[in-house]
Design a protein around this ligand. Structure first.
Ligand code: SIN
Ligand code: MN
Length: 269
């Protein structure tokens, strides 16, 4: 796989060992501003892709924005992101999911401990964990605004949820996959055991910082208890040979277009 200047030499080994990776490059400030403006405009619209916190008008997340917003459509073609995704997945990739999790000051709610691949395998029939999440901080993420926390190396365990427990909750309303009360979770007691061998790391960093994490890594984030917003944009790139076999959720949660994404020179310039 060709490696762009943005991808550190040892990225693949580090990703396979730890299940996550922070890269030195950041999204350029001008590009970041365009994305933030788009996100603000989309947040004001009324469409199923815009999801609110339970019992509130506060926007929790935006989904599938690359399908209806030009700036987000350019972002998924950014060479920096594609170089990283193709290197870590080891294949050409398409956009499986695109979301922005916006944790509003004092109102943004948690994401309980879970593995993304539990949702993708059970709900959509994704054959293997041959995908990668690329997270871009749209705000500074610090200890108190609800950073994503990962259990380093836990992706190597594969899926943790017992098959019968998974079957019991599979196929429910998709809103339960994007709320603060998730269906496929890893119990807190299990996380406490795992933390001894798989050290928790908080993914803090400035706006524009880029982090990759594995579909099977155990992760969570807490409520935003601060006065600072914490918006993180997440693109899941999937191998073009790993499309889900029974997608039934809306296409803004499960991308149906498996055409390899082409780089766009000067994207968001
Ligand atoms: C978060 O935005 O903190 C959670 C993201 C995720 O669970 O993928
Ligand atoms: Mn997740």
């Amino acid at each position: 796989m060709s490696r762009g200047t943005a991808v550190p030499q040892n990225a693949r080994e580090e990703y396979e060992r730890s299940g996550w990776l922070a890269v030195p490059d950041r999204l350029a400030p001008e590009a970041l501003e365009k994305v933030r403006d788009s996100i603000a405009a989309i947040s004001r619209t009324d469409r199923p892709e815009v999801v609110q916190e339970a019992g509130s008008d506060t926007v929790r997340a935006l989904h599938g924005c690359h399908g209806y917003d030009d700036v987000c459509a350019q972002l998924v073609r950014h060479p920096l992101l594609l170089d990283l995704a193709e290197e870590l997945v080891g294949d050409r990739v398409y956009v499986y999911q695109f979301k922005v999790n916006i944790k509003s000051p004092r109102e943004g709610q948690q994401w309980p401990w879970h593995q993304d691949f539990a949702f993708w395998a059970h709900e959509d029939g994704m054959p293997a964990a041959d995908a990668v999440n690329i997270a871009i901080n749209l705000d500074e993420v610090h200890e108190h605004n609800g950073p994503l926390t990962v259990l380093t190396g836990s992706h190597r365990l594969g899926l943790i949820e017992a098959p019968e427990a998974a079957r019991a909750v599979t196929g429910r309303d998709w809103h339960e996959h994007v709320s603060a009360r998730l269906t496929h979770t890893v119990p807190d007691a299990r996380v406490r055991e795992l933390a001894a061998d798989f050290p928790p790391v908080r993914m803090t960093g400035p706006a524009g910082a880029i982090t990759a994490f594995h579909p099977s890594i155990v992760h969570s984030s807490t409520d935003n208890l601060s006065d600072d917003r914490r918006a993180v944009l997440l693109i899941t790139y999937n191998s073009v040979r790993n499309a889900p076999v029974r997608p039934s959720r809306p296409d803004f949660l499960v991308g149906r277009d498996t055409t390899p994404v082409e780089r766009l020179a000067g994207a968001l310039a």
